[in-house]
Design a protein. Structure first.
Length: 390
């Protein structure tokens, strides 16, 4: 194996039943990086500032009644998308605080950014001639794809640069991208549904059609756009380099903008485009995420096998911790003993250990690697002992 990282800690000739080779006084708590705290603090300030723009904007366009109806109806597609995010994120879950940051960025910061940038974009690039139809076409097919995907994508770039420890690969990028997109679509749906409700005569029928199109037929539209950008940036994250990440951001914007443009260009042929183009693209996206998940499982198995070779795990434990079938069997066995939560924690810590080593192997986080490895090995040993105790 060619690696910049030190080999896994050797437990010694006679390993103890758990946490071998680590001094009893070794640290057991994992500390959060100051950069992550600064990211969350800055994000909170941005969200609060964005709310001062977004909330009045929504109330002005929907009225209080429309805002309430739009909010409730928008929860339906939001639940669908976040449920899908949870499934995609199941193998190596991202920190909840970062997922909240991603959602808030999409729901508030990206919407506020779009609202502020749109007039300037129109002033510089908008059509100089033509009627209202030309302007609507420009807004839908040029301005919205470019400005909205850039605003959402900036949240991914911030996560890539400021929380690189938790941005390990394309699956992570898809998860963060889908979460940002879910937030953005949530606020946008409140606007569309609320405005349809407050539209006067015929508003009920308009609302039903709008809800079917956005809430039932296409809840994953924005998730697919921004998820493609996240996947591209995730591949760049496999070998950390700030310049590479910024380049990946601009490269990933291309498919995100093109997909958004294609979606908004359906016009009167929307149903035909939906059936002939969007459904196959969505199927391809599902297949792609599945293959990426399989690749993550193989990576986890490879890294944990290195610890097994050093005496920390048995080969059977590696199969249980690093394969979908093994995890299912392990959780079922632990549940029969009333220790499902402990087994779930054991799997989570082992997976984090594998990804901690992967970051070191790829030349990232070498400074804190040894301490993080020891903390995780100690925790894995403690959880193993809890799971198998009589």
């Amino acid at each position: 194996m060619t690696s910049q990282a030190p080999p896994p800690v050797d437990p010694g000739p006679e390993p103890a039943p758990h946490a071998p080779g680590i001094a009893p006084g070794a640290p057991t708590r994992r500390t959060h990086a100051p950069g992550l705290t600064a990211l969350l603090l800055a994000g909170s300030i941005l969200v609060l500032a964005g709310l001062l723009l977004v909330v009045p904007f929504l109330v002005t366009n929907t009225g209080s009644g429309g805002l309430a109806v739009g909010f409730v109806l928008s929860l339906v597609p939001l639940a669908v998308v976040l449920g899908a995010v949870a499934v995609v994120d199941r193998w190596e879950p991202e920190p909840t605080r970062l997922l909240i940051f991603a959602f808030a960025w999409g729901a508030v910061v990206a919407v506020a950014t779009t609202t502020l940038v749109q007039p300037f974009f129109l002033e510089v690039f908008g059509p100089r001639h033509g009627g209202p139809d030309d302007m609507r076409l420009f807004l839908a097919t040029v301005e919205a794809p470019f400005v909205e995907e850039t605003a959402k994508g900036l949240g991914l770039l911030v996560l890539f640069l400021a929380a690189r420890k938790y941005f390990d690969g394309p699956v992570d990028g898809v998860v963060y991208g889908m979460t940002i997109a879910a937030g953005f679509a949530f606020t946008e749906n409140i606007l569309y549904f609320g405005r349809a409700y407050a539209g006067g005569p015929g508003s009920t029928a308009t609302l039903v059609v709008m809800f079917m199109l956005r809430g039932i037929f296409s809840p994953f539209a924005h998730a697919m756009f921004t998820g493609s950008l996240g996947a591209v940036m995730g591949f760049a994250a496999r070998r950390w380099n700030a310049g590479l990440g910024i380049a990946a951001f601009f490269v990933g914007l291309v498919p995100a903008i093109l997909l958004h443009h294609l979606w908004n260009s359906g016009g009167d042929q929307f149903l035909l485009v939906y059936a002939a183009v969007e459904v196959p693209l969505f199927g391809a996206a599902i297949s792609g995420v599945y293959l990426l998940r399989r690749a993550d499982a193989r990576l986890t198995h490879r890294r944990l096998a290195e610890y097994a070779a050093a005496g920390w795990f048995t080969s059977l434990e590696v199969d249980m911790l690093a394969t979908p079938r093994g995890r299912t069997a392990g959780l079922r066995w632990a549940a029969s003993r009333g220790r499902r939560n402990e087994m779930r924690a054991f799997i989570r810590v082992a997976t984090e250990l594998a990804y901690t080593r992967q970051r070191a192997v790829s030349g990232r986080d070498l400074a804190g690697y040894v301490q993080a490895e020891q903390v995780l090995l100690r925790e894995a040993g403690r959880l193993r002992a809890t799971v198998v105790a009589p």
